[in-house]
Design a protein. Structure first.
Length: 273
């Protein structure tokens, strides 16, 4: 699947404890640098800042693909009505006519596909949401969710980087014409210390971080969404798309034999109802 935005990269906005003004400035800088895909979530607390940035940036907001995520950890429920209401509130915070992509954030807590998926279908039919996605699902849970979903599944977002390559999920997305969105593509900076990435970077006069992004973006159906409030880092991440890795480079990166997670689902505060 080709992403409906160009360039094929996004800006993540899970900026822990960042001031709203910092997030606004970061998103404005990214949009004016050329990003056209912004990813947020209800739990990040950055939806309003993204909305403010869309109104301030010297960019037509209609050209920006905006994604957000809803959680299902509320007590009791949540029921279909509370999901729908929360997404209406997200749209208001974002200041958009429709949310381009809405994800279930995690299949945890009170998440129930028999409740959540019909709610997402209703939001899409109402025009509040254009596309439906899932995040942090296994292949088995993806299949289960699709059993309850009438709308086409547009994207699956999951932690993906050279230290956690997610081959099974990438192959599943490719086979099912679903976009695989890679969050934490730099493994919170750990990719800079990986010898294989350092070696490839040296051959291309680039950084290991740029190599990681170029490798991800070069995988069919994969879109990386690095987060950064630094305009220089944002531009460097964007420039990584121009890096032309060889087959040998890609083989060397694919051969990294690690399974290192940055995000442990067990640590999520919504892990248990």
């Amino acid at each position: 699947m080709d992403p409906p935005f160009d360039p094929p990269i996004g800006l993540g906005t899970a900026f822990d404890d960042a001031a709203e003004s910092t997030v606004v400035d970061a998103v404005v800088a990214a949009l004016e640098a050329g990003y056209r895909h912004v990813d947020t979530a209800q739990v990040y607390g950055t939806e309003a800042a993204v909305g403010e940035a869309l109104s301030r940036a010297d960019v037509d907001p209609s050209e920006v693909f905006v994604a957000t995520k809803t959680l299902h950890q509320d007590q009791p429920g949540p029921d279909r009505e509370s999901i729908v209401e929360s997404v209406h509130e997200s749209r208001e915070r974002l200041g958009v006519d429709a949310i381009d992509l809405l994800y279930v954030h995690w299949p945890m807590g009170y998440y129930d596909p028999a409740v959540a998926m019909p709610a997402f279908d209703a939001l899409r039919e109402e025009g509040v949401v254009r596309h439906v996605g899932l995040s942090n699902f296994s292949v088995e849970l993806l299949a289960e969710a699709r059993d309850y979903l009438d709308a086409p599944l547009f994207a699956h977002q999951v932690e993906t980087h050279p230290l956690l390559q997610q081959d099974e999920l990438v192959e599943w997305a490719r086979a099912n014409d679903v976009l695989h969105v890679a969050y934490s593509p730099l493994a919170t900076g750990r990719v800079g210390d990986v010898p294989e990435l350092q070696a490839v970077a040296e051959r291309h006069d680039a950084t290991p971080e740029q190599v990681a992004i170029a490798w991800l973006a070069g995988r069919e159906n994969v879109v990386p969404i690095p987060k950064s409030t630094d305009p220089g880092h944002q531009r460097a991440n964007l420039a990584a798309l121009d890096l032309e890795l060889t087959d040998a480079d890609r083989a060397e990166i694919a051969g990294i034999d690690r399974e290192e997670r940055v995000i442990d689902p067990a640590d999520a505060p919504w892990n248990e109802p």
